[in-house]
Design a protein around this ligand. Structure first.
Ligand code: 1GP
Length: 242
C-alpha cells in the first residue's frame, strides 16, 4: 500500500508538523519536534522556500535524535534533500508554469537520491490563491493561479495528479496564508479523488482544523503556528482527529 494511505489505514486522519530549518537552530528544531510528538503529531516535515544543504541535514539529524516520528523532506529545490530523512515528498508543483518546479529540480535530485535509503512519496502539489497578496510559494513557483472559488480548476489539477499515479495531493494556501483553502474546495476535490488529500497553509485554530476534517481532509499540515504558539498544536490535533 502507498505510504500515506497505509498510515491513514492504521491511524485515521493525520497531522503533520512542518519545520523550516531557517526559522530556528537544529537544537531548537529538535525540541519543537519532541513537543509536537508528545502532542500527537504523526510526522515531521522539513522544508522551506529558501533553505538547503547542511542546515537541512543538521536539522533532520536533531529531529531524528529528539523523537521517533518519521521525517519527511518537503523540498523546494534539489538542495533540500538530506540523506538522513526517512521519506521525501517527491512533488510536482502541478500548477507551476516553470519547468523547474514540474520536473527540473527533481531531475537534479534523482541521482543523489538514488544513493540514499530515503523512500519517495509521489505527491501532486497544488497551490491555491487565498490571500489578498500572492504568497511566497505563489511567487517563487510562478503559478497558474487557482482562485479560492475556482473548484473546477482545482479538481482538474488534482485529477491530473491522480492519473499520473501520485499517491496524494496537497492543497496548499501557502505558508502564513491569510486563510486556508476553503472547506468547499477541499470537499469537492476529496469527493472526486481516490487518493488522500493533504491540506496546509494558514491553519491556525482548532476550529479550522475541525472544519477541514469535516470537509474530508485526510491530513493537515501546520507550520507557522508551531513556531508562534506550539501549545495550540495539541488542540488543533485533537480537533482534527476527533
Ligand atoms: C506550508 O502548508 C504549509 O507549506 C504550512 O503552512 O505555515 O501557514 O501553517 P502554515
Amino acid at each position: 500500500m502507498a505510504t500515506i494511505q497505509g498510515w491513514i489505514a492504521k491511524k485515521g486522519r493525520l497531522h503533520f508538523t512542518l519545520i523550516d530549518p531557517d526559522k530556528q537552530n537544529p537544537k531548537e528544531a529538535g525540541l519543537l519536534a519532541e513537543k509536537c510528538s508528545d502532542f500527537g503529531t504523526d510526522a515531521i516535515m522539513v522544508g522551506g522556500s529558501t533553505v538547503s544543504g547542511a542546515l537541512v541535514d543538521e536539522t533532520v539529524k536533531a529531529i531524528k535524535k529528539a523523537c521517533k516520528l518519521p521525517v519527511i523532506l518537503f523540498p523546494s529545490t534539489a538542495g533540500g534533500v538530506s540523506p538522513n530523512a526517512d521519506y521525501v515528498f517527491w512533488m510536482m508543483l502541478m500548477n507551476s508554469t516553470n519547468r523547474r518546479f514540474l520536473v527540473g529540480e527533481q531531475v537534479k535530485a534523482a541521482i543523489p537520491l538514488s544513493k540514499t535509503r530515503i523512500k519517495t512519496i509521489p505527491m501532486g502539489y497544488i497551490v491555491v490563491s487565498t490571500s489578498s497578496k500572492p504568497t511566497t510559494v505563489e511567487k517563487v513557483g510562478e503559478v497558474d493561479r487557482i482562485l479560492e472559488n475556482d473548484f473546477e480548476k482545482a479538481i482538474s489539477y488534482a485529477l491530473t495528479a491522480e492519473y499520473f499515479g501520485m499517491e496524494c495531493v496537497y492543497l496548499e494556501a501557502g505558508s502564513g496564508a491569510e486563510k486556508p483553502v476553503s472547506d468547499e474546495m477541499v470537499m469537492q476535490v476529496k469527493n472526486i479523488l481516490k487518493i488522500p488529500v493533504i491540506v496546509g497553509g494558514g491553519i491556525k485554530t482548532p476550529e479550522e482544523a475541525r472544519k477541514k476534517a469535516k470537509a474530508g481532509a485526510d491530513v493537515i499540515v501546520t507550520g507557522t503556528i508551531v513556531e508562534k504558539n506550539p501549545g495550540v498544536i495539541k488542540e488543533i490535533i485533537k480537533a482534527f482527529k476527533k
